[in-house]
Design a binder for this molecule. Structure first.
Ligand code: PAF
Length: 282
C-alpha cells in the first residue's frame, strides 16, 4: 500500500492503473478509522479493481464552535488498518493541497433544499464544506465509484444530488450502517462516551426501531411518533437536536398517512457527545 500527499503522485498512480484498464473505487474519510470505515473499504474492494482511501480532516465542514482542532488525527494507525484491509493507496493531503487559495477563499458548492433541514439547520455551512471537499476529491481521484456510509444519511443524499446535478461521471454507493451488538451505530465519537453514557447510547437505535414499528406496523401518525420518541430520548438523558421522520428520497415531510419510502433520523447529545443515527423504514 502506497501513501501519497501530493497531486502529481496521486495522479501518477491512478494513470498507471487506468493504463491497465483497471477501475478505481474511492472511500473518502477524515481518518480515526474504525470497523465502520473498513466495511466501506470492503464494499469498494468488491466493486473496483483498485481502492483509494482519502484521509483528510476537512476544515470547511466544521463550524466555528466545532471540534476541528481537537478532531483526532491518527494517520499512522489508520495506515496500518487500511493496509490490513487491502487498500491500494492512501491519499492524505495537506490543507494547502486541497485548498490552494486557502480554505476561506475556496470555491464552495451549495446543494440547495436538501441542506436546509436537519443537520443542515443545526450545523450551518456544514454540507457546503462536505460537498466542496468531496467534489474536489472526485476531481482529483476521478474514481468510477465512491462509497459513503448510510449512517450519515443526509450527507449521502447531498452527495448523490450533487453528483447527479453536476453530471459527475461516477457511481455513489451507500453502505449499510455498522452497529455494535447492542445496536449502537459505530462512530469515531463513541470513544468520547463515559461508561454510563455508553450504556444509554443504544437507546437511539432502539427508539428508531420502535418508531418504524409504530408507523409501519401499527399505522400511527408520524408526527405523534416523532413527539413520543423525542420525549422518550429526553427521559433517557439525551438532549435531541431533532427526531424526525422524513421521505428518504428528498428528506421532505411525508403526507399524512404516507408509510413507504420513509426514514427516521435522530441527532442528540449525550453529555458532551453528539450522536446521529437513522433507520430506513423499508
Ligand atoms: O463522512 C466523512 O467522514 C466526511 O464528511 C467526508 C465525506 C470524508 C468529507 O470530509
Amino acid at each position: 500500500m502506497q501513501t501519497v500527499q501530493d497531486l502529481p503522485a496521486l495522479r501518477a498512480a491512478i494513470r498507471g492503473w487506468r493504463a491497465q484498464g483497471q477501475t478505481v473505487g474511492l472511500v473518502p474519510t477524515m481518518g480515526n478509522l474504525h470497523a465502520g470505515h473498513y466495511a466501506l473499504l470492503k464494499l469498494a474492494r468488491a466493486r473496483a479493481d483498485r481502492v483509494v482511501a482519502s484521509v483528510f480532516v476537512n476544515p470547511t465542514q466544521f463550524g466555528p464552535n466545532e471540534d476541528f482542532e481537537r478532531y483526532p488525527r491518527t494517520l499512522a494507525q489508520d495506515q496500518a488498518g487500511l493496509a490490513e484491509h487491502d487498500c491500494d493507496l492512501v491519499f492524505a493531503p495537506e490543507v494547502a493541497t486541497m485548498y490552494p487559495f486557502g480554505a476561506e477563499h475556496s470555491v464552495s458548492i451549495h446543494v440547495p433544499q436538501l441542506t436546509d433541514t436537519l443537520e443542515g439547520a443545526h450545523r450551518p455551512g456544514h454540507f457546503d464544506g462536505v460537498a466542496t471537499v468531496v467534489c474536489k476529491l472526485f476531481n482529483l481521484v476521478q474514481p468510477d465509484l465512491a462509497v459513503f456510509g448510510q449512517k450519515d444519511f443526509q450527507q449521502l443524499k447531498v452527495i448523490e444530488r450533487m453528483v447527479r446535478d453536476l453530471a459527475l461521471p461516477l457511481k455513489v454507493v451507500g453502505a449499510p450502517t455498522q452497529r455494535a451488538d447492542d445496536g449502537l451505530a459505530l462512530s469515531s465519537r463513541n470513544q468520547y462516551l463515559s461508561a454510563e453514557e455508553r450504556a444509554v447510547a443504544p437507546q437511539i437505535h432502539a427508539t428508531l426501531v420502535q418508531m418504524r414499528e409504530l408507523v409501519v406496523d401499527k399505522g400511527h401518525a408520524w408526527r405523534i411518533v416523532e413527539e413520543a420518541a423525542q420525549s422518550k430520548l429526553e427521559r433517557a438523558g439525551f438532549v435531541p437536536d431533532y427526531v424526525a421522520i422524513r421521505r428518504a428520497e428528498d428528506l421532505a415531510e411525508p403526507e399524512a398517512g404516507e408509510r413507504t419510502g420513509l426514514v427516521a433520523l435522530v441527532a442528540a447529545r449525550l453529555g458532551t457527545t453528539r450522536l446521529i443515527d437513522n433507520l430506513q423504514f423499508d
